[in-house]
Write a protein that binds this ligand. Structure first.
Ligand SMILES: Nc1nc2c(c(=O)[nH]1)N[C@H]1C(S)=C(S)[C@@H](COP(=O)(O)OP(=O)(O)OC[C@H]3O[C@@H](n4cnc5c(=O)[nH]c(N)nc54)[C@H](O)[C@@H]3O)O[C@H]1N2
Ligand SMILES: Nc1nc2c(c(=O)[nH]1)N[C@H]1C(S)=C(S)[C@@H](COP(=O)(O)OP(=O)(O)OC[C@H]3O[C@@H](n4cnc5c(=O)[nH]c(N)nc54)[C@H](O)[C@@H]3O)O[C@H]1N2
Ligand SMILES: [Mo]
Length: 832
């Protein structure tokens, strides 16, 4: 240790002698837990469901579903492990070289997992000093604290809000626009149908079940994806999926999935599937549109009365504008669906009431705007938009969309922004010519190429020169693409601070790590039933925060006190946890006065929840259909825009005035890059997790892991060709990276398609197989994080969204010495 920065080490001597207590996570528990009566049942809400929990000897014992959740998910078995697992961050910790050298540290060491334990005071002071340094040297364009993510539910403790409010009290920072979920969709759809569509309420399930003869699930797996919700999930949608299953069995409704793989929903419903080559839905839809148009099966009256620009799209369809007729035969060559199937599907959809339900995955690819736009064009040609059980929805697989809504007011939340009279310590809002907001998935571009001007949704964005990042409630070393590119970018960052429950890869690649407790270790409240607004649930603290962890509210109240005297009061408005809960509840009660009965707070807390009752059915765009002049869409013309003058005016080559087929940078099944890396990797949303959350739940993870690795789903022929048997460890690779995963061989996956679910924890090991080597560029991921392999490019100049599904790989049976999984064991503690 040559260069020691005194201020960084001040006061450290005392704590350096203290050892981490015990290796077993459960050992210190009974000592730490509070003393409440045995077998008391408490209520809480999570992304995975609402639960009742009992305790034994101060430890969470049983977890059972909330009485109003009739379709609890299997993930209930992983909930206990969210609290008790070896990946928990136990103490504030600082990366060794950062502790020694601060903003001048050797950043190539990031990810080598060597950390030193510090006290809360030291950690929060270091955090503040880092912010000071960045604001002084660079101003707000040097700091990015604007990334968000799936945090934990709860209106008071929502951790990103806490971080952002507290950091705002210090100074300004770079913000983001859009999200990873629907970046392309939410950007293009306001031009086409007038709202983001993805986050809009949809036609109620009962009306769909009553009226639709055909349901087309286009790239959609609701049975898998409705297991979790953005708010406390109580699984109301499953009631309707169960009814749909009955109708399918009775032959009353035909459900057709357009998907390269057999989804969980298809298996559950016992429905049909049309296999499509990955990333080629647009040619398939164009083939359908060509058939509808040339056979006059399209609804001319609807097109005339409700849409704009169809005549400018037709020349593309007929090949007049580019010399290529978009016939079903042309489409078939690209998308792998037979000409006959394309024609039959188009005719079936035109014949009877057809509801298209589109998922989100299909827009998380290069040119991901196009299938969404083209879906709207097909729906317009069918002329059923605004009819119950007709038209197109982009959200029925998400957070209770389609469940009849009560319309009750939901409780408010702890503020994310400063109060009006609050002034930051560093008041500068001078971004020095850089943009203060960037498309969310372009932050690595910004770090690598500051000053570069990119197009985004009709504007120019000058990528800011980011020097420091603060993360809370999101896990970019899980959610962002291309790990090795991220490593290079992180070499350029001076400081990274992460507030985390667990030693995620994001924490391991940070400089200062602050331990947050889980939702089960604090009191909160939440809405349940999401878009349906079914009620308010009490989230009652099950156990005291483990180890040195604190609630985010407490962490940032303490952080505020470091900013100056009285700042903690300013931050919390002088209110504690229960003051806030009472206020949030009472405001909600007042807003629902006369419409929905709510008891006083104490009664609510005692009962555990307030139920608002059943909701009412509703048809999306029905008012527009009834009277497009009085109820115009939110598009520039008020009509459906088959051709968008606005988008055309941007002059983008990769997103023009009407939907079109564009080849991808990488594509399997004969597409670009498939000679070297012939297999398409889909990194779909996990069946047993919420992204990276619950991967830490050890017992539960072992129920699906293969030789301790993330499952990799492959086709039997693909496996056989490579001499791979079920249960083997495989190495999956491309020019961007390499990972190990465990083979699950299944006919549900076609040749040339491989699935590794996103959220698998990144666990890089060096050439010697040790986790200290995880900082090396090209390191092997020992557990199976698919974002080791994905491509980090924007969807197009319009949305600049995440394109994780444009990704080719190759795989082989892994030979050699199997490294230990490095993802879950936290840091290597260094005592100094
Ligand atoms: N390849 C590929 N990549 C993808 C996707 C894909 O389909 N394929 N999907 C994308 C999509 S749609 C999304 S939404 C993103 C998801 O990306 P994220 O939202 O970043 O994923 P999460 O795993 O939910 O991360 C939330 C983090 O918050 C932490 N956390 C939970 N509760 C608390 C708390 O109370 N306090 C604090 N401080 N922290 C807490 C958790 O431990 C976890 O690490 O991933 C994206 N990435
Ligand atoms: N269990 C669980 N549920 C979740 C989440 C989770 O982490 N776990 N995350 C939530 C979040 S944040 C989001 S954003 C949503 C994600 O919701 P989506 O993005 O819709 O979900 P996915 O399951 O990734 O993909 C849906 C289907 O699209 C298919 N697909 C992929 N590419 C193509 C293609 O090119 N063409 C066609 N036709 N089909 C394709 C896949 O095979 C899959 O069956 O899920 C939410 N629900
Ligand atoms: Mo998402």
């Amino acid at each position: 240790m040559t260069i020691i920065r005194r201020d960084f080490l001040k006061g450290l001597v005392g704590s350096s002698a203290a050892a981490l207590t015990g290796t077993s996570v459960l050992a210190p528990l009974s000592a730490l837990a509070d003393e409440k009566p045995e077998q008391e049942w408490l209520t809480t809400g999570t992304h995975w469901g609402a639960f009742k929990m009992s305790r034994k000897n101060g430890v969470i014992d049983q977890v059972v579903p909330f009485e109003r959740d009739k379709y609890p998910t299997d993930m209930i078995n992983g909930v206990r492990g969210l609290v008790y697992n070896p990946s928990r961050v136990r103490y504030p910790m600082v990366r060794l070289d950062f502790l020694l050298n601060g903003h001048k540290s050797d950043t190539t060491q990031r990810g080598d997992c060597r950390f030193v334990r510090v006290t809360w005071d030291q950690a929060l002071n270091l955090f503040k000093q880092s912010l000071d340094e960045v604001q002084t040297n660079y101003g707000p364009s040097g700091l990015h604290a604007g990334q968000t993510g799936w945090r934990a539910v709860g209106q008071l403790h929502s951790c990103t809000s806490h971080m952002q409010r507290a950091v705002s009290m210090h100074g300004d920072y770079v913000k983001k626009i859009g999200d990873y979920s629907t970046g392309a969709g939410q950007t293009i759809m306001p031009y086409i149908l007038g709202t983001t569509e993805v986050y809009a309420q949809g036609t109620s399930w009962p009306l769909i079940l009553e009226n639709a003869k055909t349901i087309v699930m286009w790239a959609n797996d609701p049975v898998k994806n409705l297991q979790v919700g953005w708010n406390t999930e109580t699984h109301e949608s499953f009631e309707y999926l169960a009814q749909l299953k009955e109708r399918v069995a009775a032959g009353e409704i035909r459900v057709i999935h357009i998907d390269p793989v057999v989804s969980k929903t298809q298996e559950y419903l016992g429905s049909e599937r049309i296999y499509v080559n990955p990333q080629t839905d647009v040619p398939m839809m164009l083939g359908m549109a060509y058939h509808l148009y040339t056979n006059k099966l399209h609804d001319e009256e609807f097109i005339e009365g409700y849409s704009l620009g169809f005549e400018r799209f037709v020349p593309y369809l007929t090949g007049e504008s580019d010399g290529v007729k978009k016939t079903p035969a042309w489409a078939s060559e690209i998308c792998g669906v037979s000409e006959q199937q394309i024609i039959e599907l188009a005719e079936l959809m035109a014949k009877d009431r057809t509801q298209i339900l589109m998922g989100w995955c299909i827009q998380r690819q290069q040119h991901g705007e196009q299938p969404y736009w083209m879906g709207a064009v097909i729906a317009t040609m069918l002329g059923q938009i605004g009819l119950p059980g007709g038209g197109i929805s982009y959200g029925h697989h998400y957070s209770s969309i389609g469940v009849p809504a009560t319309g009750a007011a939901a409780p408010g939340a702890f503020p994310r922004n400063l109060d009006e009279d609050q002034k930051p310590l560093y008041p500068s809002t001078d971004f020095k010519g850089f943009s203060n907001t960037i498309p969310v998935a372009r932050f690595i571009d910004a770090i690598l190429e500051p000053g570069k001007v990119i197009d985004a949704n009709g504007s120019k964005v000058t990528l800011p020169d980011i020097k420091m990042m603060v993360f809370s409630g999101n896990n970019p070393w899980s959610h962002h693409q291309d790990r090795n590119r991220m490593k290079k970018a992180f070499h350029k960052l001076e400081a990274v601070v992460t507030v985390e429950v667990n030693w995620t890869a994001t924490a391991r690649f940070s400089d200062i790590v602050l331990p947050a407790c889980t939702t089960l270790e604090r009191n909160d409240l939440d809405v349940y039933g999401a878009y349906a607004g079914r009620g308010v649930i009490a989230m009652q603290k099950m156990v005291e925060p483990l180890f040195d962890s604190l609630s985010d509210f407490e962490i940032f109240t303490r952080f505020a006190s470091v900013l100056g005297p009285g700042k903690d009061k300013e931050y919390s408005r002088g209110m504690d946890e229960f003051d806030w809960l009472k206020m949030l509840y009472n405001d909600c009660k007042a807003a629902n006065e006369g419409k929905f009965e709510m008891p006083d707070f104490d009664t609510f807390w005692q009962q555990g929840y307030v139920h608002f009752g059943e909701g009412e059915t509703w048809t999306r765009q029905a008012d527009f259909r009834k009277d497009p002049e009085f109820h115009p869409l939110g598009t520039p013309s008020g009509l459906i825009e088959v051709f968008s003058r606005k988008i055309a005016s941007f002059g983008y080559d990769d997103c023009q005035g009407h939907p079109m087929w564009m080849e991808k940078a990488e594509r399997s099944h004969g597409g670009p890059g498939s000679d070297k890396h012939p297999v398409w990797m889909q990194s779909c949303h996990p069946n047993h997790r919420l992204h990276s959350q619950m991967c830490e739940s050890e017992e539960y993870r072992n129920s699906y892991a293969v030789q301790g690795r993330e499952p990799c789903y492959i086709n039997p022929d693909d496996a056989k060709q490579r001499g791979i048997k079920p249960g083997d460890v495989v190495r999956v690779f491309n020019d961007r990276g390499q990972l190990l995963a465990g083979a699950v061989v299944s006919d549900n996956f076609p040749p040339g398609v491989l699935r590794i679910e996103e959220g698998a924890w990144y666990g890089p090991v060096g050439k010697d197989g040790r986790k200290e080597g995880g900082s090396e560029i090209g390191a092997l991921c020992s557990y199976g994080d698919p974002n080791t392999l994905t491509m980090d490019i924007g969807s197009s100049k319009l949305a600049q969204a995440c394109s994780a599904y444009t990704c080719n790989v190759q795989f082989e049976k892994f030979k050699g010495k199997l490294p230990e999984v490095a993802s879950f064991s936290g840091p290597v503690e260094i005592k100094i």
